[in-house]
Write a protein that binds this ligand. Structure first.
Ligand code: ATP
Ligand code: MG
Length: 441
């Protein structure tokens, strides 16, 4: 993409309404624009990142054996009346009447709908287990939408649902999600720590929030510093091997990590030596939760059992805040100059900077490099504008692409290009071929 054609409305100054750095940088880097409180339009730069995050989430869901579906944003109130949540949900739910005065709502989550889909189709234990997910916009009329896309009213969520014959099966589904989440967030360059979370009336220990440590987070967290060093991605896992899954989950659940809701100071002190105690704030990017027959009971999701009986299926739900992650990644990865995108989520891999646009030699060289990068499938933002060098560098640092490839008359004369790695600030002059090799490697 040529910057001269790209819809990239950057801002030089910090917008006053933005309280936290990710919100400021998203507005300054032209990624989103507020449509109304807590509701955003995604501009090309932001949408590219959102789609990359969505792709990683989808790949890891598929790898774990989950099947993608797509449920609507607008739901009928009927199922919610049946589950009892039409009353319980409160003002966060956006309630709508259609032209026939029927009660509808903009889905804040999908347990009811997916349970109904399942109940209509599956009648026997032979068709279990099932794991379905979708990636869809949700609406929650949050009391205090704030921090940009981090606490929006309309936001993109991945929500998955598992259906099993019994608790043991549900536990395996839970563990496969646990491992899939470790992989998902690690691929985004994040250190998301699985923390014990509230299970409500269900009880047990199958509820974890995945939390990124950040001062601007809304949760207060307590954990073992060992989490700051361990390899969260780990080796490739065989999702068909329950023992392998259990081993990973056991390792992580042995280390102390809890949000304030579950925190127990005495247990913390007993489990973690003082030097390793971490207390701080964090951003919740995912939540996995076993809730037994809470929805299968009222919505009639029953299957025939091997012994000729019938039982309600055991369910779990597994959410990831896809749009929240865009902000959360920036909170975790930025510096004074701007965003520092981890490679896998970056909107473009390379920013090609023509230091003297209009100069025939520079234009020719840059056009050639650009064509070569495109031919090789390397996503490139080519700054072909006549802006002065300082402004171009500032924009490149602000938008945070992993690599900057800088070409000017002096470099051309010496037969080199300058390559800058955004994350480290390291700059190097080297022949074009060598630069392209480093970018590819
Ligand atoms: P929170 O405590 O932050 O309100 P929640 O417990 O309501 O989250 P879930 O219902 O578990 O969240 O939703 C799954 C994921 O969706 C969360 O882990 C979070 O990443 C994301 N999410 C929830 N609410 C919002 C929101 N208002 N804006 C953006 N993302 C959100
Ligand atoms: Mg909430």
């Amino acid at each position: 993409m040529r910057r001269s054609r790209f819809f990239l409305p950057t801002l030089r100054d910090n917008p006053k309404e933005a309280e936290i750095v990710s919100h400021r940088l998203m507005l300054r880097a032209g990624m989103v624009r507020q449509a109304s409180a807590g509701i955003y339009s995604w501009l090309p730069m932001g949408f590219r990142v959102l789609k990359n995050i969505e792709r990683i989430v989808r790949e890891e869901q598929d790898r774990a054996g989950n099947q993608e579906v797509l449920m609507p944003t607008i739901q009928s109130a009927d199922l919610w009346v049946q589950s009892g949540r039409y009353n319980d949900y409160g003002p966060e739910m956006l309630r709508i009447k259609d032209r026939h005065e029927r009660d509808m709502l903009y889905g804040p989550t999908n347990e009811e709908l997916i349970t109904d889909i399942f109940a209509g189709a599956v009648k026997s234990y032979r068709d279990l287990p099932q794991k379905l997910y979708h990636i869809q916009w949700k609406f929650r009329d949050e009391v205090r939408p704030r921090f940009g896309v981090m606490r929006g009213r309309e936001f993109l969520m991945k929500d998955a649902y598992s259906f099993d014959l019994d608790y043991e099966g549900a536990r395996r589904a839970y563990q496969s999600h646990f491992v899939a989440y470790l992989r998902t967030f690690a691929r985004m360059g994040l250190r998301a720590i699985p923390m014990e979370a509230d299970t409500g009336p269900i009880g047990g220990d199958l509820s974890h929030e995945f939390i990124i440590l950040a001062e601007t987070g809304e949760s207060e967290v307590f954990c073992d510093r060992e989490f700051l060093d361990v390899d969260l991605l780990g080796r490739d896992i065989d999702y068909e091997d329950p023992a392998a899954l259990a081993e990973v989950v056991d390792y992580f659940t042995k280390l102390y990590a809890r949000t304030d809701e579950k925190h127990d100071p005495a247990a913390f002190e007993a489990a973690v030596p003082e030097a390793r105690r971490y207390q701080g704030r964090g951003i919740e990017v995912g939540h996995i939760f076993y809730f037994g027959t809470k929805y299968s009971k009222p919505l009639g999701a029953r299957v025939a059992t091997p012994d000729g009986g019938e039982t309600e299926v055991h369910m779990g739900s597994y959410g990831i805040g896809v749009s929240r992650l865009v902000g959360a990644i920036i909170e975790a990865s930025h510096d004074e100059a701007g965003i520092v995108w981890p490679d896998e989520v970056a909107p473009f891999k390379v920013g090609l900077v023509n230091l003297k646009a209009g100069d025939a030699d520079c234009d020719r060289a840059c056009d050639e490099i650009y064509a070569g990068l495109q031919g090789a499938g390397v996503e490139t933002l080519y700054d072909d504008t006549p802006e002065r060098a300082g402004a171009k560098f500032a924009t490149m640092d602000l938008i945070g692409l992993p690599w900057q490839l800088i070409v000017g008359p002096r470099e051309l004369k010496n037969g080199v290009v300058e390559l800058k790695r955004r994350a480290t600030g390291e700059r190097q002059e080297l022949p074009l071929d060598a630069a392209l090799e480093r970018i590819a490697g």
